[in-house]
Write a protein that binds this ligand. Sequence first.
Ligand code: UD1
Length: 430
Amino acid sequence: MEQYIIRGGNPLVGEVDISGAKNAALGILAAAIMTDETVLIENLPDVRDINVLLEAMESIGVKVERITQHAVLMNSAQIGEVSVDYEYIKKIRASYYLIGALLGKYKRAEVPLPGGCNIGSRPIDLHLKGFKALGARVEIRNGFIVTEAEHLHGSHIYLDTVSVGATINIMMAAAMADGRTIIENCAREPHVVDVANFLNSMGANIKGAGTDVIRIRGVQKLHKTEYSIIPDQIEAGTFMFAAAATKGDVMVKNVIPKHLEATTAKLLEIGCEVEEFDNAVRVVASKRLCSTNVKTLPYPGYPTDMQPQIGVALALAKGTSIVTESIFENRFKYMDELARMGAIVRVEGNTAIITGVEKLSGARVSAPDLRAGAALVIAALAAEGVTVVDDITYIQRGYEEFDEKLRSLGAEIEKINSEKEALKFRLRTG
Ligand code: UD1
């Protein structure tokens, strides 16, 4: 099993390029099957979740041609199956986007129920409620969600909880329903807007994405397009906090600064300097960080996917901070790992109370999930001594060339496969 080994202590300095947004790409790839014409998608991140979704799509007959590391041509004229294999959905939850896309185009989809996820229970009742409102029958049969309709019709749908997945999934199905759909209490995340823009570029008629009411007029057919995915705001935010925690100076390039406002606001509060450019942000941390409080919320609030990264920074900040997780109930597992590195933390329900220490120290830790895994790498970069991070496949799900990018900023980090390699790293860097 691959691990990261990290010798901490170097401030990160330099420039880093951010890849395309994984969560936007997951929705866009699924939506791309809704036309029989060939679609070009650019700025696709080369990460495991995306590659697994592409395999799942190939398995139902989508022709995928990778023309560069970050661009694919897709043609879905020959989809023979509307049933997706459990193997894929087990590896990547967001293959549930294929339900909305297949249902919209073929009026039928069979997709296994996504399993539990390690950041908390993740129901999809709102997705199903939306499909039903559009006139689909939805049944759970042998572990599959089987959904079909003679025809889909527009509807007025109110989402009880703000959900990114439900907003995107319902929007896709409604794009090819008869008549007008209104979705209320929508998620406003940049990737919801990106999927809507992508569908519109194929001829859909979606208005209001980015606000809490989306209006869709269904169309019969979608056509070819060429589309470039937005930059990954969470990858960008991760590097911004890595700069902060290591007292570094990093120019984070190829970003949309507007998407980073919540992250930028918190970095300023804890004492960093943040300079915004047209498509870059520079984070400079020249003194010890100070404490703050933060609560995760749907966009434009502070993202739950950035909670572990700020948690790590606050573990090094002067004073006591309170972090409240309001989206997922099980997102503090990394706190135990952080405590093994010397952090002073106490978790009570959905709140973590963190008293900052001057220094963390290297330890062997394990990545509990994607974002928490990245956060532990940040902790390791800031810590004294050597840290080994296990279970890095989680991190590879969503970060392209994470270790390479960190090395280019001066980090001492390597991917290793054996004790021998670990020893070599210790000797070389020690
Ligand atoms: C997406 C992101 C994930 C991010 C999350 C919140 C993707 C592929 N993943 O996940 O990285 O952490 O948004 O920003 O884009 N809920 C229900 N019923 C439903 C659906 C959701 O109760 O049918 C609840 C969830 O339990 C959670 C909240 O709604 O408490 C938000 O979840 P949601 O926005 O749907 O998250 P995902 O789309 O799964």
